[in-house]
Design a protein around this ligand. Sequence first.
Ligand SMILES: [Zn+2]
Length: 380
Amino acid sequence: MRLSHFLQVNLRTKFGLLIAASQIATLAPAPAQAATEPPLLATVTAPTPSPAPMVAVPAQPKWLARQLQIEKVAYAIGTANADRCDRPIMATGLVMHDIGSYNADTRATIAQRFGLGMGFGILGVVPGSGADHAGLHAGDEIVGVDGVDLQKFGTDAITALGQHDRMTRLTGLFDTKLRQGSVQLQVRSADGVRNATLAGLPACGGRTAYVANGPINAWSDGDNIAVTEAMLEFVHNDDELAFVMAHEFAHNLLHHDMQPNRIPTWLSMFGIGSAGIKRDEVAADEYAVDLLDRTHYNARGAIPMVRRTAPLVFLDFGMTHPGVGRRIDIIETRTAYFANQRRAFDALFDLTRLASGSPLQAIPQGFGSSALLPGVAPTL
Ligand SMILES: [Zn+2]
């Protein structure tokens, strides 16, 4: 498996294994562990949950604000492009945690701070998502789903060291159930236990992980995408973040991690195999624009950010990634293409409306070549 990076191919980037997080259920702060040595081959085995060191929780935990920030963007890109993968995940917009995500010695503090029992606590909700529509809020605790008592669910996966197995199991359970329709949740809050109906939306591109340490970067491994704190500080707005994340979604959707005959990325430092990687990077930038075109994010809004990457020159960067000018050109060309398509569609729309003679008949159904023939009104 190959990791695809937004800015540089990993050699000096010290990181451990990608944290498996999710859009349906995300993780408590589990920064990637710094490797003692950079991996010789920049390939990574299956994502492994990292311990979640947690000493004290500030009033407004930064990791939580960051995770919500990237979940919001991931939800928008993923659900808008749900037809672009074979097996979408079911996105709910829920950001959750459970007591097993934390080390044993911090659980009492966490339980008090968040009002968290043995269910699954809601840390936040993506606005406009299924969770939002279900009336779920930060501070709620999900204690049951379709009659299953979640306070007893997966407790054998709780160990002294915080890890995410229990949350991963819940994610799997939700994913299975939501594919068949909505689920009935039992939700505990200060007001008591209530029922809520939660529906999911198919989403493509990957689950997300926030990584507290490491340099300015984002990367993907085929299923997940990770964004570092440094990258989140580097971007100035959601358009810029959306492009970074869409680029990584694109790598996943284009299966760049599974390219045959992939040259180990450390060799690319010496120019070996770098052309193939650069080709993938161009494709990911192009496809990122396609993915964003279906969202409210503006790919052109990322151009200032791409310009700011110019001083971030790494030894391998020029060989493996398109230059700043090329990346800007890709964004401009591709966004212009979609703008032209929209103009053409609008023109066609006007043409049919004129041909039909009635605004009511201008609904663009049955749009096809016949709609272009003079005097042929579209059928409603
Ligand atoms: Zn890339």
